[in-house]
Design a protein around this ligand. Structure first.
Ligand SMILES: Cc1cc2nc3c(=O)[nH]c(=O)nc-3n(C[C@H](O)[C@H](O)[C@H](O)COP(=O)(O)OP(=O)(O)OC[C@H]3O[C@@H](n4cnc5c(N)ncnc54)[C@H](O)[C@@H]3O)c2cc1C
Length: 384
């Protein structure tokens, strides 16, 4: 097992995709098997250290940032496939969304939760944040795809325990962003590889027209609908498209929509995948993820248009991604005040992490801590 405690590694392991900046002292472990992991946790208990797990650090809210003096476990050397059949695969941490699908494709299978960061986000990070992704309309979130989990946790007597959990207990651990235990193995539900896809990509001058089109799509037979996305004119401009609102519809069916050519579909998917990067490049580096439903959409779009805020929106699962500049904290706060006024969720996809804690209501904070301490009574996995 590799171990680092130098300044260079401390620096690297104090970063994730949230852009929160910190500089805490940490010690970094890269385990290769279960015995290594048990040894690290035992050492943490003996020396009274906090533990923070780290996958590919693409989370956007600072939820793998360590506290001062903690142990960071980097799982990049812990990555075996344990078992697979036609409906499931059981594996150890550290396999990216894309790599998993490359592996499954050899057997004509597919893991249908696909994130915008599919090239780098890794399966355990996805479980920890209960990933939704682009095809959630049809296939749901990670919670709908995880059949079993093997986890390591520390009980109230500081004893190390390893247990396998089935579906029933999932709610608690999905709520807690994994600040309660270490995931050792997961059994994931897979499907046969979908063969046929068609798309539609339409531009609209006004958001009202774009929203009317969404309602029209909804009124059609939707069982094959696998993605429905909106891009704002600003994002379209960054993608070198005409400055309009765009709706992208994806179907797992060749009959429904006009675009069937695989090359064109690949190009459109490429544009969709690039939204985050091009918007960041325009200095809108803070991505948010409130839940907004179509009935309230116009009020929000007015706010975004007035303030020149670029957005893209996973309609249907209602996750909106407005981007703010770091200097626009006041606008970000105003948006969350609007979200809370309308009783929508402040985080539907990226979870809470260090970044969103202060946006939670007191009631939600209490709920979060109750779950957390029930599962991790000695607070071994907290990051504050
Ligand atoms: C370009 C881009 C696009 C994105 N698009 C989406 C999107 O469409 N939908 C979406 O939901 N998110 C999206 N995200 C956010 C991010 O990719 C997800 O939050 C993802 O789940 C994080 O995965 P990761 O492997 O990088 O995990 P990390 O960021 O390394 O960690 C995430 C959490 O998992 C915990 N963890 C990791 N491994 C373990 C383990 N073995 N045991 C216990 N806990 C563990 C960490 O402590 C942390 O709390 C996007 C991010 C980027 C940069």
């Amino acid at each position: 097992m590799k171990f680092y405690s130098d300044n260079h590694h401390s620096f690297v392991y104090n970063i994730d995709a949230s852009h929160l900046i910190q500089n805490e002292n940490v010690e970094v472990f890269l385990p290769e098997n279960k015995d290594d992991i048990i040894a690290i946790v035992k050492k943490a208990i003996d020396e009274n250290k906090r533990i923070i797990c780290r996958a590919w650090w693409t989370n956007l809210v600072g939820n793998c940032l360590p506290s001062d003096g903690s142990y960071v476990i980097d799982f990049s050397n812990y990555n075996a496939v344990i078992d697979k059949d036609w409906s499931s695969i059981t594996l150890q941490p550290w396999i990216t969304n894309d790599k998993l699908n490359e592996l499954l494709r050899l057997d004509g299978l597919y893991f249908p939760v696909v994130l915008w960061s599919h090239a780098s986000a890794e399966i355990w990070g996805m479980i920890a944040t209960n990933w939704a992704g682009m095809r959630a309309i049809k296939y749901g979130k990670m919670e709908n795809r995880v059949e079993e989990l093997e986890v390591l946790y520390v009980d109230e007597k500081n004893e190390i325990r390893i247990e396998r959990f089935s579906e029933e207990e999932k709610d608690d651990f999905l709520w807690s962003e994994w600040k309660i235990w270490i995931v050792l193995e997961a059994k994931l539900r897979v499907i046969p590889l979908p063969w046929k896809t068609s798309m539609e990509f339409k531009g609209f001058e006004k958001v009202k027209e774009a929203l009317a089109y969404v309602i029209d799509v909804k009124s059609k037979n939707t069982s094959d609908l696998s993605a429905l996305e909106l891009l704002s004119p600003q994002v379209a401009e960054y993608l070198n498209l005409e400055k309009k609102y765009y709706i992208l519809v994806e179907y797992e069916n060749e009959e429904c929509w006009e675009i069937k050519d695989e090359e064109v579909i690949r190009e459109l998917r490429g544009k969709r995948d690039a939204c985050y990067a091009v918007t960041i490049n325009a200095w809108y580096d803070q991505i948010e993820d409130p839940e907004i439903n179509i009935e309230n959409a116009e009020e929000f779009f007015l706010f975004f248009e007035e303030n020149n805020i670029p957005i893209f929106w996973h309609i249907w699962i209602w996750v909106l991604h407005p981007h703010f500049k770091s200097s626009q904290k006041d606008l970000e706060n105003k948006m969350y005040a609007l979200v809370q006024k309308l009783w929508w969720s402040v985080s539907w996809e990226h979870w809470i992490g260090k970044k969103k804690w202060n946006y939670l209501s007191e009631q939600d904070k209490k709920h979060f801590m109750e779950i957390k301490l029930k599962r991790d009574p000695t607070n071994r996995f907290w990051y504050e």
